[in-house]
Write a protein that binds this ligand. Structure first.
Ligand code: 0O2
Length: 212
């Protein structure tokens, strides 16, 4: 069956959300299977937990406005890449890159953008690895390619981002200087913690190998 990009044939908000929800389920299931397979072969789970969400209508409208677009279905489909979002939370930064490589190799996932905010954290201190993919969703009338944003981060990064997100919304992007400063300090601590936990884990693995 020929697949087409999600543009034509999406006649209502409900049909669009149905497609995004379906794509989100497909990505979540595939990633859970990858994790299970990894456990089966290597006796190790790179994913601690998976979260998913559909962006709310208010958040979609706000993002369109923020990026200078009118609120229309066409603009939403064309310009908002994270309506369907799947987040993978793992223990170590090495898991992030391992998972990213596994995702890039999935036959059904077309990766069309990668943003490595570990290499280049945002000015806020935000760290995470984002992959924008499209996946085929099979419907009774054909196959539609639907966009999903996959965010991969450690537990520490997730903890920081959740708090920062709450503060951002509470102060509508204008948090007092001392709060932004404290958040940046926490971002540095979070990054150090991730580095220390990774080297500790590597030391444990090495000690185990020597013992065996
Ligand atoms: P919300 O409310 O979480 O949905 P693109 O999506 O690639 O076209 P964008 O949005 O600039 O363009 O991409 P980016 O920077 O990868 O951000 C996508 C999402 O990552 C954001 O969605 C947030 O969920 C998260 N994110 C990015 N920067 C930050 C940050 O500084 N702090 C926190 N806590 N999260 C961040 P939304 O729509 O901005 O927000």
């Amino acid at each position: 069956m020929q697949s087409h990009i999600m543009k034509e044939g999406v006649d209502s908000w409900e049909s669009a959300m149905f497609l995004y929800r379906s794509a989100m389920k497909i990505v979540t299931t595939k990633l859970e299977i990858l994790n299970d397979e990894f456990q089966h072969i290597h006796k190790y789970n790179p994913i601690e937990y998976v979260k998913s969400r559909l962006k709310t209508p208010e958040s979609i409208v706000k993002k369109l406005k923020r990026n200078g677009f009118d609120s229309s279905m066409e603009n939403m489909i064309e310009y908002i890449n994270d309506i369907a979002g799947v987040r993978l939370v793992c223990s170590f930064t090495s898991d992030i890159y391992r998972l990213a490589e596994m995702i890039k190799k999935q036959r059904d996932f077309k990766v069309f953008a990668v943003k490595d905010y570990l290499e280049q954290p945002k000015p806020s201190g935000y760290r995470s690895y984002h992959l924008l993919v499209s996946v085929p969703v099979e419907t009774s009338t054909g196959v539609v390619e639907v966009k999903v944003e996959i965010q991969i981060r450690t537990i520490a990064m997730d903890f920081w981002a959740s708090l920062e997100h709450k503060i951002y919304y509470k102060f509508e992007g204008n948090a007092p200087e001392y709060i932004s400063k404290d958040l940046q300090e926490c971002a540095a601590i979070m990054s150090d913690l991730d580095a220390k936990m990774l080297s500790l884990n590597e030391a444990i693995l090495e000690a185990q190998t020597i013992k065996e």
